[in-house]
Design a protein around this ligand. Structure first.
Ligand code: GAP
Length: 453
């Protein structure tokens, strides 16, 4: 079933991302580099929160997974053995009328005739395979023997280091190796903002197991990954699991699920969860001549482990979080009149800034001093933003627009001027309900830590 698209909403999201410093076009002042994006001060925080949470759940909170951080430059033999040099390509067609390079599946069909989606031209080339890998040269001589590739997925370095990591970690099957890092694909048509980029980040787990555990672990990881997305604020109603049909699956895979999210431009893949059998380790075992077998101490048998791989995209998940968080509603201004506001309803765990701190007036020194003390108190535990300029309502609005879940205001009651019982208390405002509660300054770190963890 297709999901309706919302172009207007997408345009507002792209504009907000630029205006507030989440995501910029890469090399923008030179006209931009297609398919590459730079994350600004808020975007980088959001991205880090996502990666840190993934690492926490997938590595730190488990005793059966260890991490690694592999090189981006990859020996061609690795990618020959994995099948990427031969087969990592998309079918491409050129439009002779407008000269567009198109992925074959992007052509539109009218009355049974294939047309260019850009100009409607019907003068199209034959389909040819276009390899998506970026090739580069290592060292001073640009000859065949110096070729290396920018990795098209992080997974291959995990397979290639399997034996080393098995030995140093002394793990027993089933166990996993996790990695977060950049991957590069020369996509024919980068599009939908950051969704399909040429440089992007992946969060991948290769979970090694015995052959008979593969199908069960495929189900297990699909469920775990769905829970993860709910825990970062993507509701289950907008997440879908697509069972990839036999004819579309890689020949070596015994089962693949795509986890999809309803983006404003339609339902699209966030993550693939694939049972890759023993394909990758077997290929490297054969091609390198080095044993990648596992010795089972119980049965005294050697075999090549199978693997289940949950592979997620950092940039796509960031885009899904922003798309989900974006909302427009009504909020009262300083005079109590309702006005429209833009708010990013990030899950507090993911929000780039956790807490904003406002002295009620900037020209009242005791308020400013107290506010700065509170910033210093909270800083070690969370990202904090201090703002003293403008009416308090406007300051709230600015924070709502970047998704800050909590706002602390230091007022005259904090100084004990109205009621000594309220000395050293502040108001704590919740972004979504806009409700305010009065809390003691000394309790703030613990209250906020609990809400953002
Ligand atoms: N190791 C398996 C693998 O790489 P994939 O389905 O090709 O599988 C996994 O990629 C994830 O990486 C995708 O679900 C997506 O989130 C992300 N991804 C892939 N290509 C991307 C691109 N061009 N731009 C942004 N993210 C991409």
């Amino acid at each position: 079933m297709s999901t309706p698209t919302d172009t207007q909403r997408m345009e507002k999201i792209v504009s907000l991302c630029k205006r507030r410093g989440f995501i910029f076009q890469s090399s923008e002042i030179y006209g931009g580099l297609n398919g590459a994006w730079d994350y600004g001060p808020l975007g980088v925080e959001l991205k880090r929160n996502l990666k840190n949470y993934w690492w926490r759940v997938m590595v730190h909170e488990r005793d059966d997974v260890v991490g690694m951080d592999g090189a981006i430059l990859t020996h061609p033999a690795v990618l020959k053995a994995s099948g990427h040099v031969e087969g990592f390509s998309d079918p491409m067609i050129d439009c002779r009328t407008c000269k567009a390079h198109l992925r074959a599946d992007q052509l539109v069909e009218k009355k049974g005739v294939k047309q260019c989606p850009n100009c409607g031209g019907k003068d199209l080339t034959e389909t040819r395979q276009f390899n998506l890998m970026f090739e580069t040269h290592v060292g001073a001589a640009a000859e065949e023997s110096s070729i290396a590739y920018l990795r098209p997925e992080t997974a291959q370095s995990i397979f290639v280091q399997f034996k080393n990591i098995l030995e140093v970690s002394r793990k027993k099957l089933p166990f996993g190796i996790a990695q977060i890092g950049k991957a590069f694909r020369n996509e024919i048509n980068p599009r939908n903002f950051t969704f399909r980029s040429r440089e992007f980040e992946q969060m991948e787990l290769e979970y090694f197991c015995r052959p008979e555990q593969g199908m069960e672990l495929l189900e297990y990881w699909k469920e775990e990954r769905l829970k993860f997305y709910e825990n970062i604020g993507l509701p289950s109603s907008k997440l879908h699991v697509l069972t990839v049909p036999d004819e579309e699956r890689a020949f070596y895979s015994k089962g693949t699920y795509d986890i999809e999210y309803e983006f404003p431009f339609g339902r699209q893949e966030l993550e693939g969860v694939a049972y890759r059998t023993d394909y990758d380790l077997s290929q490297h075992h054969k091609a390198s001549g080095k044993s990648l077998e596992y010795f089972d101490e119980e049965t005294k048998q050697k075999f090549i482990p199978h693997v289940v791989e949950p592979s997620a995209g950092v940039d796509r998940t960031v885009l899904a979080m922003i798309s989900e968080a974006y909302a427009e509603d009504q909020a009262p201004n300083d005079k109590g009149e309702m006005e429209s506001r833009i708010v990013l309803r990030f899950h507090p765990r993911m929000a780039p800034i956790k807490c904003a701190v406002f002295p009620l007036l900037k020209n009242k020194e005791p308020l400013v001093v107290k506010a700065k003390e509170i910033v210093a108190l909270l800083c070690p535990d969370m990202t904090v933003f201090y703002d003293e300029s403008g009416a308090i309502g406007r300051r709230y609005r600015r924070q709502d627009e970047i998704g800050t879940p909590f706002g602390v205001t230091i007022d005259f009651e904090t100084l004990g001027e109205k009621d000594p019982a309220l000395r050293d208390t502040v108001t704590l405002r919740d972004r979504d309900s806009m409700k305010q509660e009065r809390v003691a300054i000394q309790d703030l770190p613990a209250i906020l830590r609990e809400r953002i963890r």
